[in-house]
Design a protein around this ligand. Structure first.
Ligand SMILES: [Zn+2]
Ligand SMILES: [Zn+2]
Length: 743
C-alpha cells in the first residue's frame, strides 16, 4: 500500500468533477479524500501503487467534458494514514466552489439514444437531459446551483427521477434539471393568432414547417424563427416580416452529412459542429445555391442541440433556417408572452414550452481556425465559462464598448466574459446589459473594487461605468479602445511583457480625439504607444458613412486626385469638408474596406455595419499580387498612404480589370503593409511577438495570409482564441489594463 497526494490544477470546480472522482475512486477501490483548493482540487488516496498510477492517468482521460485540467502533480509516500472510505471535505476555499457555473450543453449521445428508444421512459420527451448535457446557465436564477434556484423549481421530481438523482451510479446523479414526462415541462403548439392547437405539438410544428410556414421555436437561450431553406420566396417573406434586409440567416442541419450538401466541411469543422457547445460555424458555401440565405461566401451552420430540435427534424427534414427571433437591433426574445406579442404577424405558428428561460443567450458564432473556435460571437455553450489569467485580478468589472457590447467580471484568477449583448443604443438591449451585469455579480458573488470603461465619452457603457463609479465610490479607469483590443489578445494568449499589436477595426476613440482603427501599437498591459496607422480619411457626415460608404469612396477618390464627377452629392460633401462641418477624421480600417468596396461597385449602400467589407472579401479572387505600399511618417507614426493604391485601383478599373483581382490585390496590399509596419516596429522596439485584434481580423482572406507572412519575417503571431477579436472581446483587455494601471 502507498499514499498518493494528487494536486489537480485548472477549472475543475462546479463542473461535476467531485462526483466524477467519487465514482472513479470507487471503481479503483481506493480510500481517502478530496477537497477544493484555490487553483483546483487536492486528493489524498491510499491503495496499491499500480492502481494509484492507473487512477491518476485515468483522471484527465475520463474527466467531465467541461473540466479543464491544466496540470496534475502527484507525490507518492509509504507513510499511510489508513483512510476509511472516501470523503469530500469542506475547505477554507469552499466559497470558490461557487465560482463556476456551467454553460448550456448540447444533448449527449446517451440521451439521444434514449430519446429515440421506444422502450425508454423518456422516449420522445423533449426535455431529456443528464449530468453530461442540458440547460445550465440559461435556467439558473441564483446560486448555489440546485433545482430550487432554477427554472425547474416549479417541477418537483417524481419518485423515479428522484431515485436517479440520488444514485451515484446513475448518469443523472445530481443532475439538477433532470426530469421526465411525469414530472417535467411540456411543449405546446399555438397558431398564428396565439391560440393553442390540440394535438402532438411537435408534429404540428413539423407539418407547418414542411408546408413552408415560419414557426417560432423556443430554444435554450431564446426564440428562433425557423423555416425551410430551399425556397427563396419563404426566405424573402421572413426577411420582410423581420425587417432584416440583407443580413445572412443561420441554418440548422440535421447532421454534418446534411451540412456537407450545401457547404465545405473539413474534419476540424465537423468536429466543432459536433462539439457539445454546438456553435454556429461559418462554412464556405458550395456554389450559389444558398444566395437567398447568405450573400457572401459563407453560411452559418449549426447542428441541433436540444432534444426538441432533434424531434422537430425527425427523419425527413434535412435543414432549416434558424434565425434569432428579434426585431432589427433588439435583444433575442426569450419569454412566451413576449414572443406571442411581438412575433404576431411574423410567425405562422409557435412551438413553445413551460420551462422558463432565465437568461437570454444567443447562439455562438465562429469560424473554425487551426482546429478551434475563432469567435465572432461568444455566447451559448461557452458563457459563463471563465478565461483563466496569469495573475490574481481581484474583483473588477470592465464595461466594454457599445455596438457589440459585452462586459467582463473578474474574481481572483478568473475573468468571466458575458454573453453577446448587442448594441446598447437600443433601449431594451441597454436594459438587458445592466441587468446582466447585476446577474453576473450576484452569480459569482463579486463586488467590484475597480471599474474599467472605454475612452469614448458618449458610449452608454462609459456613462454606466461613470455613474457607478460616482455612486459607489469605485475607482474608474478609462481605457483607449485599441489598447484594450491589444491587451485582450495578450490576455487571450496569456502573454506578459510587451508586444506589437496590430489592431484593425471600424472606429474607436483615439488619444488625440480623432477616431482610430488601423493601428500598429507597441506596449503591454500598462502603457502603449502608437507606431503605425493609416492615413486619415475624412468621414463626411460622421456616423452616416457606415450606412453610406459612397461618402468614403468619394473622400478616398478626392484625396487621391481622381475624378469624383459621378457622385451627385459630391458638391455638398465638398462644402462640408471645406468648412469642416461634421467631417471627423478617421484612421479606421473598416472605413478603407467600405470605401474600396463602394469604388468597385460591390456595395454602394450598406444595410448593416461591415457589409461592404464582408462583400469585398467575398469578391477577392485568389492571390493576384499587390499594390505598392507607401508610408508617410508623422511624429514617429508610420501611416499607410493609401492614395497610390486608390489611383492604381481606378486605373485598373478603367482598363476593365476583373473586380475579384482588384479586391484580392487590395487585401494583399494590406497584408504587405502590416508586415512592413511590424518590421519598422521591431527595429524600434526589438519586439518579435505580434498580436492581432479588432473586428477587421474577422476577414478570413487576411487571417489566412497575414500570420504566415509575419512568421516568414521571423515574428511570432498570436490571434484570439477564447474571446472574439471584435469589440465584444475588448472588455477582457480593459480589465487587465485597469488592474495594471492601479498597481
Ligand atoms: Zn445527456
Ligand atoms: Zn420524473
Amino acid at each position: 500500500m502507498e499514499r498518493a497526494k494528487v494536486n489537480i490544477h485548472g477549472i475543475v470546480q462546479g463542473v461535476g468533477f467531485r462526483p466524477f472522482i467519487h465514482k472513479l475512486v470507487r471503481e479503483y477501490r481506493l480510500s481517502g479524500f478530496i477537497k477544493n483548493t484555490s487553483s483546483g482540487v487536492e486528493l489524498e488516496l491510499e491503495g496499491e501503487r499500480p492502481e494509484l498510477e492507473r487512477f491518476v492517468a485515468d483522471v484527465p482521460a475520463r474527466a467531465p467534458k467541461l473540466a479543464l485540467i491544466e496540470r496534475v502533480e502527484t507525490e507518492y509516500s509509504a507513510e499511510l494514514r489508513h483512510f476509511q472510505g472516501f470523503e469530500i471535505l469542506k475547505s477554507r476555499t469552499e466559497a470558490l466552489r461557487n465560482t463556476l457555473v456551467s454553460p448550456d450543453i448540447g444533448i449527449c449521445d446517451d440521451c439521444r439514444r434514449e430519446l429515440l428508444d421506444p422502450a425508454d421512459r423518456r422516449y420522445r420527451y423533449p426535455f431529456i437531459n443528464c449530468t453530461n448535457c442540458g440547460p445550465r446557465f440559461t435556467i439558473i436564477k441564483d446560486l448555489p446551483y440546485d433545482r430550487a434556484r432554477t427554472s425547474m423549481s416549479g417541477f418537483p421530481m417524481c419518485p423515479d427521477c428522484d431515485r436517479e438523482y440520488h444514485d451515484i451510479e446513475n448518469r443523472r446523479y445530481h443532475a439538477q434539471p433532470d426530469c421526465c414526462p411525469v414530472c417535467g415541462p411540456h411543449v405546446f403548439y399555438l397558431d398564428a393568432a396565439g391560440e393553442r392547437v390540440e394535438g402532438d405539438a411537435i408534429e404540428l410544428a413539423r407539418a407547418a414547417l414542411k408546408a413552408g410556414k415560419i414557426v417560432a421555436i423556443k430554444g435554450l437561450g431564446g426564440m428562433h424563427l425557423a423555416c425551410r431553406c430551399d425556397d427563396p420566396e419563404i426566405a424573402k417573406t421572413l426577411r420582410r416580416r423581420k425587417q432584416r434586409d440583407e443580413k445572412p440567416f443561420a441554418i440548422m442541419c440535421r447532421d454534418a452529412a446534411a451540412a456537407k450538401k450545401i457547404c465545405f466541411v473539413g474534419a476540424e469543422e465537423e468536429k466543432l459542429l459536433n462539439s457539445f457547445r454546438r456553435p454556429i460555424v461559418l462554412l464556405e458555401k458550395r456554389g450559389e445555391i444558398l444566395s437567398h440565405l447568405s450573400e457572401n461566401g459563407y453560411v452559418g451552420v449549426m447542428l441541433p442541440y436540444t432534444p426538441l430540435h432533434y424531434l422537430v427534424f425527425g427523419d425527413d427534414i434535412d435543414m432549416l433556417v434558424m434565425t434569432s427571433a428579434n426585431l432589427s437591433d433588439t435583444p433575442i426574445m426569450y419569454r412566451n408572452a413576449e414572443a406571442l406579442e411581438k412575433l404576431s404577424g411574423i410567425a405562422d405558428g409557435f412551438l413553445l414550452h413551460d420551462r422558463d428561460i432565465q437568461t437570454r443567450c444567443d447562439d455562438s458564432l465562429c469560424f473554425c481556425l487551426g482546429g478551434g473556435e475563432y469567435f465572432l460571437r461568444r455566447s451559448r455553450g461557452y458563457v459563463p465559462f471563465p478565461v483563466s489569467t496569469h495573475e490574481d485580478l481581484g474583483m473588477a468589472l470592465a464595461c466594454g464598448a457599445e455596438q457589440k457590447a459585452s462586459f467582463c467580471l473578474s474574481k481572483g484568477n478568473y475573468v468571466f466574459p458575458s454573453q453577446h449583448i448587442g448594441d446598447l443604443k437600443n433601449i431594451e438591449t441597454y436594459d438587458n446589459y445592466t441587468r446582466q451585469i447585476r446577474h453576473f455579480e450576484r452569480l459569482f458573488d463579486v463586488r467590484p473594487t475597480v471599474l474599467a470603461c472605454d475612452l469614448h465619452p458618449d458610449y452608454l457603457s462609459t456613462s454606466y461605468a461613470a455613474e457607478r463609479s460616482e455612486e459607489e465610490g469605485i475607482p474608474l479607469v478609462r481605457v483607449q479602445h485599441h489598447h484594450a483590443h491589444m491587451a485582450a489578445c495578450m490576455a487571450d494568449n496569456a502573454l506578459l511583457g510587451e508586444v506589437i499589436g496590430l489592431v484593425w477595426d471600424g472606429v474607436g476613440q483615439g488619444l488625440d480625439g480623432t477616431s482610430w482603427g488601423g493601428e500598429c501599437l507597441v506596449g503591454g498591459y500598462r502603457d502603449f504607444r502608437r507606431v503605425g496607422s493609416i492615413k486619415e480619411i475624412p468621414l463626411v457626415g460622421g456616423d452616416a458613412v457606415t450606412k453610406d460608404p459612397m461618402r468614403v469612396a468619394w473622400a478616398l477618390l478626392r484625396a487621391a486626385g481622381e475624378s469624383t464627377h459621378r457622385f451627385k452629392d459630391g458638391p455638398a460633401w465638398a462644402f462640408m469638408l471645406e468648412n469642416a462641418l461634421n467631417c471627423p477624421l478617421s484612421s479606421g480600417m473598416g472605413r478603407l474596406f467600405d470605401g474600396v468596396s463602394a469604388i468597385l461597385g460591390i456595395k454602394e449602400a450598406c444595410s448593416y455595419e461591415g457589409q461592404g467589407a464582408v462583400l469585398l472579401e467575398a469578391a477577392a479572387a485568389r492571390d493576384e499580387g499587390a499594390y505598392p505600399v507607401v508610408f508617410e511618417e508623422k511624429d514617429g507614426v508610420f501611416r499607410f498612404d493609401w492614395r497610390e493604391m486608390i489611383r492604381r485601383i481606378v486605373r485598373e478599373q478603367a482598363d476593365g480589370e476583373d473586380r475579384g483581382a482588384i479586391a484580392a490585390r487590395f487585401h494583399n496590399t494590406l497584408v504587405a503593409m502590416a508586415v512592413r509596419q511590424c518590421v519598422l516596429a521591431r527595429e524600434e522596439s526589438g519586439l518579435e511577438r505580434v498580436v492581432l485584434s479588432g473586428g477587421s481580423f474577422q476577414n478570413m482572406y487576411i487571417m489566412r495570409r497575414l500570420p504566415a507572412a509575419l512568421e516568414k519575417e521571423g515574428f511570432t503571431v498570436y490571434r484570439h482564441r477564447r474571446v472574439s477579436p471584435n469589440d465584444e472581446g475588448l472588455s477582457l483587455g480593459q480589465i487587465l489594463i485597469a488592474k495594471a494601471r492601479l498597481q
